[in-house]
Design a protein around this ligand. Structure first.
Ligand SMILES: Nc1nc2c(ncn2[C@@H]2O[C@H](COP(=O)(O)OP(=O)(O)OP(=O)(O)O)[C@@H](O)[C@H]2O)c(=O)[nH]1
Ligand SMILES: [Zn+2]
Length: 203
C-alpha cells in the first residue's frame, strides 16, 4: 500500500483494500439497496474516507516530527492549546472529537510547533479510546525531546454517548497525562491547568 509521510488529503486518494466490498454488504445488511443511484459510489467513498480516518496506522512518529527537533536554550513551559482532533472509538467505530492541549518544559531541545498537531493526528486517526491517545501523545513528546516535563490534556465528545446509548448530548470527557515536573511539582501543574482553563472559560 502506498503511504504518505504525513496525514493529508492525499490519504483520501487511497481506498482501504477490501473495504468497498464490505461497505456494499453493509448497505444491504441495513436494508438499503446498494445499487440505487445515490448509493452506487458510496462503498468507494467509504473506503476512501476510512483510508483518511485510519491513516495514523501507516505513519510513524518520525514521519510526524520530520527534522523539526531543534537545539535550544531555555526551560520555560511551552504550551500549544486547542489542537482539534477527530478519532473513532474502538468500541462502536463512531467518532469522538474535541481539543488537545500539549505542554512541555524543554531540556535543551524544542519541537517545531506544527508537529504537535501532526502528533495528535498520528494517534487520533486510528480506532482509539481517549485515554490511550492522551498517553501516546505524552509518550511521543517524551521520546522526541526528553524534556523536563510533559502535560497533555484532551477534551472529547463521544458520539457513541450522544447519538445512541445513554444519549447525553452535553457531556464531555477530559483525560490527562502528566510527566516529570508536571507530575511532581504542583505549581508547574497549576500553571498548565490555569492556562488551559483560561481558554475553556472564554469559549
Ligand atoms: N474509557 C473509555 N470508554 C469509552 C471510550 N469511548 C467509548 N467508551 C465506552 O465504552 C463502553 C463500551 O461499553 P459496552 O457496555 O461494552 O458497550 P455498549 O453496550 O454499547 O454500552 P453503552 O454505550 O452504554 O450502550 C461504553 O461505556 C462507552 O461509553 C473512550 O474513549 N474511553
Ligand atoms: Zn464508543
Amino acid at each position: 500500500m502506498t503511504t504518505y509521510p504525513t496525514i493529508s488529503a492525499a490519504d483520501e486518494q487511497l481506498e482501504v483494500p477490501g473495504l468497498s466490498a464490505l461497505a456494499h454488504d453493509w448497505l444491504s445488511a441495513i436494508g438499503e439497496d446498494p445499487e440505487r443511484e445515490g448509493l452506487q459510489r458510496t462503498p468507494h467513498r467509504v473506503a476512501k474516507a476510512w483510508s483518511f480516518l485510519t491513516a495514523g496506522y501507516h505513519k510513524t512518529l518520525q514521519d510526524a516530527a520530520g527534522d523539526a527537533v531543534f537545539a535550544a536554550e531555555g526551560s520555560e513551559m511551552v504550551l500549544v492549546k486547542d489542537i482539534e482532533f477527530y478519532s473513532m472509538c474502538e468500541h462502536h467505530m463512531l467518532p469522538f472529537y474535541g481539543r488537545a492541549h500539549i505542554a512541555y518544559i524543554p531540556d535543551g531541545k524544542i519541537l517545531g510547533l506544527s508537529k504537535f498537531a501532526r502528533i495528535v493526528d498520528l494517534y487520533s486517526r486510528r480506532l482509539q479510546v481517549q485515554e490511550r491517545v492522551t498517553t501516546q501523545i505524552a509518550d511521543a513528546v517524551e521520546e522526541l525531546l526528553n524534556p523536563r516535563g510533559v502535560a497533555v490534556l484532551m477534551e472529547g465528545v463521544h458520539l457513541c454517548m450522544a447519538m445512541r446509548g445513554v444519549q447525553k448530548q452535553n457531556s464531555s470527557t477530559t483525560t490527562s497525562a502528566m510527566r516529570g515536573l508536571f507530575k511532581e511539582d504542583m505549581r508547574t501543574r497549576m500553571e498548565f491547568l490555569s492556562a488551559v482553563q483560561t481558554t475553556l472559560r472564554s469559549r
